[in-house]
Write a protein that binds this ligand. Structure first.
Ligand SMILES: O=C(CO)[C@H](O)[C@H](O)COP(=O)(O)O
Length: 223
C-alpha cells in the first residue's frame, strides 16, 4: 500500500464560470485536481476539452488528474499529457490497445491511468496493470456527479489491491463517484489510496476544509 493517501477534488462539481478560482480554493489542501473530460459519446454528458485544460493549467499549481470519458482515447490522450497533465486516465471500455496508449502517455511525459466503469469486471485487466501508474475504479456509472455511491463496486478495489500487493506493483488505486465523508472509509479499507470527490468538496461551504476532513477519515480507516 503506498504511504500517501491522495485527495483529488473533481472540478465537475465546481462553478464552471469560476474554474480558476475553484481550482485555487483547494490548493494547499488537495493533492491533485481531477478534471473530467466527457464527449457526449462515451458518456451522455459533455464537459470540457483540451482548450480549457490548457488554460486552467496556467491558473493553478495543483497537478492535473485528467479523466477522459471519451471515445477514441488513442487519438486524444497524449494531447492532455502535452498540455501538462500529471496523470491521464482513459477508459478500458473505449480502448482497443490500452498498453500502447499507456506507453504513448509516458513518452509524452505524463503518468498513465486505466479506468473501468461500473459494469466492467476488473479481472480481465489485472495483467495489464504492470503497464500503468493508476487504476481508476468507478464507484458509480460514469457520466454525472452527485450520484449515490455503490459499495458493491469495492469488490473490484479489493481484487485489484490483492493483485497489486502480491505483484509488488507501483500502482495507485483510485475511486471516483459518491466519495464523501460517509463513504471514504470503506474505500480506504478496501484498498483505495487515491480518492476523487466532487460534490463532497465543491458542495461544501469550505472546499479546502472538506478535503482535510476526507483525508482524516481515509487516514483513520487505514491505521
Ligand atoms: O467521473 C465523474 C463522473 O463520471 C466524477 O468525477 C464523479 O462523479 C465525482 O462526482 P461526485 O463526487 O459528486 O460523485
Amino acid at each position: 500500500m503506498p504511504e500517501h493517501l491522495l485527495i483529488a477534488p473533481s472540478i465537475l462539481a465546481a462553478d464552471f464560470a469560476r474554474l480558476a478560482d475553484e481550482a485555487r480554493a483547494v490548493e494547499g489542501a488537495a493533492d491533485w485536481l481531477h478534471v473530467d473530460v466527457m464527449d457526449y459519446h462515451f458518456v451522455p454528458n459533455l464537459t470540457i476539452g483540451l482548450p480549457v485544460v490548457q488554460s486552467l493549467r496556467k491558473a493553478t499549481t495543483l497537478p492535473f488528474d485528467c479523466h477522459l470519458m471519451i471515445d477514441e482515447p488513442a487519438r486524444w490522450a497524449t494531447a492532455y499529457a502535452e498540455a501538462g497533465a500529471y496523470n491521464v486516465t482513459f477508459h478500458a471500455e473505449a480502448a482497443t490497445d490500452p498498453v500502447a496508449i499507456a506507453k504513448d502517455l509516458r513518452a509524452a511525459g505524463s503518468r498513465a491511468g486505466l479506468a473501468i466503469d461500473r459494469d466492467t469486471p476488473v479481472e480481465g485487466y489485472l495483467d495489464l496493470l504492470q503497464h500503468f501508474d493508476l487504476l481508476l475504479v468507478m464507484t458509480i456509472k460514469a457520466g454525472f456527479g452527485g450520484q449515490a455511491f455503490l459499495p458493491e463496486l469495492l469488490d473490484k478495489v479489493r481484487t485489484a489491491r490483492r493483485h497489486v500487493d502480491t505483484g509488488h506493483l507501483e500502482l495507485r488505486i483510485e475511486v471516483d463517484g459518491g466519495v464523501a465523508e460517509d463513504t471514504i472509509a470503506a474505500c480506504a479499507e478496501a484498498g483505495a489510496d487515491t480518492f476523487v470527490a466532487g460534490t463532497a468538496v465543491y458542495g461544501a461551504d469550505d472546499p479546502a476544509a472538506a478535503v482535510r476532513k476526507l483525508r482524516a477519515r481515509a487516514a483513520a480507516a487505514t491505521r
